[in-house]
Design a protein around this ligand. Structure first.
Ligand SMILES: [Zn+2]
Length: 367
């Protein structure tokens, strides 16, 4: 359905995943529930198997739509972190935000895939001497499966081109606006259009008793609100060095200390992640979850050096905060700020949030 690096939080609630063309695909648990429910209903109905195949074919089409976004992103050197499948569509999460021109083509690629699938299916139907039937395709009852799936794809493609942010059409609108105006203004306009269309869609869904549409409207509305927040976050952090937002007062653990010492420190402070040091040298990072796990597995007398993560995110104090933010998210919301080999601060999701709130009020700068 849409693509973007907007979601600064890892999407939770996914059950299992697979890889397609090197892109991780994960399924949200609501998606799995929906497929299971449809399968259960489908088995009972008279044309149950057919209905199940139809639904699966459409989900596969959505997946290929997302791969379309991912492949064009790749052409611009933007990696897709993952594709997450929700009941009403997929989301391709990109490693970085594309530039307006890139976003235009990445966004168009998805609906284009659906149109190509539809064309191929219609051509196949024609070669099998089957007539493509709009009416029967629409009234999902009789009708040919090929034309039904073709029409499903046309609807998917056209629907996604509605200029309602965060749908693909809204991204196209934003990309075109952003070439003339700033990104913030373009997003604000596209998001407003998205909210407006979402409300119209929701009202129509309510009046017509179409709850799928109501559900989609809600999703579009949320997306529009979230994306605006993400762009605000970027505007507030661009050009600000990490050193301005980092925590400078924090406690460290020495590598020879025990899990018990670490647990005491966890209780005595509000800190949840502790750098593990040997003199001036940083050896690793011990977070609350790792600490609790070690406490349960190895007991309180074990050394923390066995429980700490040796791989952790370190950023330079001079790094732009807007660049550090997505890295921080991927690293589980904690980073060590290192000036060469020297530990000078910490950056966490929580303190970054505080920093953003203060910046918004115009008081984010430290003396
Ligand atoms: Zn899309």
């Amino acid at each position: 359905m849409d693509q973007g690096a907007q979601s600064s939080h890892q999407i939770s609630g996914t059950i299992f995943g697979l890889r397609l063309f090197g892109v991780p695909v994960r399924f949200h648990f609501t998606f799995v529930l929906l497929v299971a429910a449809l399968a259960a209903v489908g088995i009972q109905g008279p044309s149950g198997a057919e209905a199940a195949i139809y639904i699966l074919a459409l989900f596969a089409s959505v997946l290929v739509h997302e791969l379309g976004h991912a492949l064009v992103s790749k052409r611009y050197g933007i990696k897709t972190i993952e594709i997450v499948m929700f009941p009403i569509g997929g989301v391709a999460r990109l490693e970085r935000n594309p530039k307006p021109r890139e976003e235009l083509w990445i966004a168009l690629a998805g609906p284009a895939v659906n149109i190509v699938i539809a064309a191929l299916l219609i051509a196949t139907a024609a070669s099998l001497n089957r007539t493509f039937d709009w009416e029967k395709g629409f009234s999902r009852g009789g009708g040919d499966m090929l034309s039904q799936v073709a029409i499903g794809n046309i609807i998917l493609g056209v629907f996604n081109l509605l200029p309602a942010f965060p749908m693909d059409g809204g991204r196209v609108l934003r990309a075109m606006l952003a070439m003339k105006r700033g990104e913030a203004e373009a997003t604000a306009i596209a998001a407003r259009a998205g909210r407006f269309l979402a409300i119209l869609m929701g009202l129509y869904g309510l009046v017509a008793g179409n709850f799928v549409l109501l559900f989609v409207a809600f999703f579009v509305y949320l997306g529009a609100v979230q994306e605006t927040a993400a762009v605000m976050g970027r505007a507030l952090t661009q050009g600000v060095p990490v050193s301005e937002a980092m925590i400078t007062e924090f406690r460290t653990l020495s590598h020879g200390q025990t899990i018990r010492d670490a647990a005491n420190l966890l209780l005595a402070t509000t800190q949840q992640d502790f750098p593990v040091v040997l003199g001036e040298q940083v050896l690793g990072l011990l977070g609350r979850n790792g600490l609790l796990r070690a406490m349960a597995q190895d007991g309180p007398e074990a050394y923390i050096s066995g429980a700490m993560q040796r791989e952790f995110l370190s950023v330079s104090p001079l790094m732009d905060l807007s660049e550090a933010m997505p890295l921080l998210t991927r690293a589980g919301n904690v980073a060590l700020v290192m000036d060469e080999d020297k530990l000078v601060g910490m950056l966490t999701g929580e303190n970054l949030m505080e920093f953003l709130m203060l910046r918004r009020l115009g008081m984010g700068h430290r003396g």
